[in-house]
Structure formats: C-alpha cells, structure tokens
Ligand binder design. Sequence first.
Ligand code: PHE
Length: 349
Amino acid sequence: MDLFERVKQLRKEGAKAIESAATEKKLDEVRVKLMGRKGELTEILHAMKEIDPQHRREIGQEVNQLRDQFTERLDVSKKALVKKMVEQRLENERLDVTLPGRPVSLGTKHVVRILQDDLERFFIGMGYQVVQGPEIESEHYNFEMLNLPKDHPARDMQATFYIDDDHLLRSQTSPVQARTLEKHDFKKGPLKMISPGKVYRRDDDDATHSHQFAQMEGLVVDRHITMGDLKGTLESVAKHVFGQDRETRLRPSYFPFTEPSVEMDVSCFNCDGKGCAVCKYTGWIEVLGAGMVHPNVLENAGIDSNIYGGFAFGLGLDRFAILKYGVGDIRDFYTNDVRFLEQFRQEEN
Ligand code: PHE
C-alpha cells in the first residue's frame, strides 16, 4: 500500500479510535498507538525516507496536519470524558440534605457533678468563692491545723490512707478551710468560701460506704457571725436541693474544728416526715455536719479569735445525690454503668 493510502486510512481509523475511546485510560492507549514513539505516525515518518523527495514533501505536510488534527481531537475527547466523569460522580455522590440527621451520641454530666455545679451556682449567688485544695494532703492541714493534734482520739473518726509519715489522701475537704484562712486578708472583706472535691477514707465498700466520695466544704468568717447565720444558710441549701417544703432541724454533735457542732437533718422527702424505709422510720434524714469555727482553728491560721468568728459546714455530695435521686448503691457512682449514668441526662444544667 502506498504511503498516501496509509495516511488516508490512518486519518479515518484514527478519528474513529479517538471517538470510540470510552474512558481516559482507553483514550491514552489510543494516543500512544497513534502518536507515540512507536506509533503509527512515527512509522509513516520512517517509511518516508524511502520515497522520492517530491512526494516526501507532500506526505510530510499531510502527516503534520494529521498530527495537529489528532492532537486536537484527543484534547477535545479528553475534556469531554473528564466532564462526563465529574458529572457521574456528582450524580452518584449526591447529598440529600433533606434526610433527617443521625443523632450524635453525647455523654452526660455525672450526677454528682450536676449537683456540684448546681450548688456552686447557688453559693456563688450568695457571694461565696469556690476554692480548690490538694487531694494529697499533709497531716498538718488535714488534722493539726483543724485542732486535731497528733494522738487525738478523734483522728479515729476518719480512717485514712497514708502515703508516707506526713502525707495522706485527704479524709475531708476541711483542710481547705485552713489553707484559705491562712491566706485571707480580712482588710479586703469577710471570707466566704466553698470547696468541692474528692475525699478518701479506708472503708469496706458496700451500698452506703465507699473508699472515695465527694464533699463540699463551706466556711464563712467575719465579725459578728452567729449560729443564726449558720442555720439560715443551711436551711436555704436544704430547701434548694430537697424542695421548698422541707423542714430542717439541728442536733448537737461533735467535730474537733467546730464548737458548738451540729448535724442537720431534713424532713424525709419520701414520706414527708411520717416515717418510711428511706428515713428508717424516723421522719428525718441526716444530711450534713456543721458548727461554729473553733477559736483554735482561727488562731492556728493567725487570726484573732476575739475579733473574728464564723461557721463551717461539710456536706457529702454523693450522699445528697443518693437522697435526692433515690440511688440504692453508692458504688453506682463510680462503676460507670452507662445505663445508670444516662438516667440523669434531663437533670443536666
Ligand atoms: N469534715 C467533717 C466530716 O467530714 C464535716 C464538717 C465540716 C463538720 C465542717 C463541721 C464543719 O465529717
């Protein structure tokens, strides 16, 4: 076949091959076959050497023309294929924005934290500051500063975890009283603080005892603070947490760092004071310990107890949560069963 024929045929076949390539990959194969280093155009160029110069020129022109033509067609085809592919992807991956969303599974606040946050807001509203103290505490702050010298029998009230001879996991939040008293500058005004946090006691864990629980300490020190202030404050806390129709009563008690000391009971919210299993048929539920700050505690912190005085209280946050929500087992607070924890979602604040 003479070269003119071959060019003519290639023009036809090439155009057809380009047109029928359905994917980018196929199109690239066609390009290599037509115009590659071993492609058909190259072959024709090689074959040109053998023909006479006059025809060589003509063929040369035709081959150049054909190359331009192929290049252009390949280009057009490629653009069309890319466009088609994008359209197809858009079609396949179409988002239906009207589909209802899948709910994101969010955790809930822990019930003890819910109560703590609520009480913090309650006290902040009455002008208290929130103070944190260390959980690894020295004997000095956990006991001595709180009027509990070494070998004082009342130390036995709180069996503790010692870390070394002088340090322990704090058995109460009361050491934060001492730490704050030491630092407070009464020229700037009265001291009103709460301190929530974890405390630890050596206990055999059961439904009502845990080696770890949360307390909230409270301390108010100024001139002319009376037991009436303590009673009014505790009563408003009890009503805030357990309901406005709760009655409260104070019973004499003993703590080394308060004198006089009291324990507060709240009328049973379950039976309204008539007597039931929740209140062990007494009509009352014990909720916290409190008292007037012992002069020794003030003096230990360098405060003149003839001028200043105040009250302190310590409430158990777990205990409050148990009573408020009727939780049967204190261990539920830290064994992290989601079914238990999720029940308090609606209480979240
Ligand atoms: N720290 C005491 C306890 O853990 C509670 C308390 C605090 C009592 C402040 C009086 C005043 O039992």
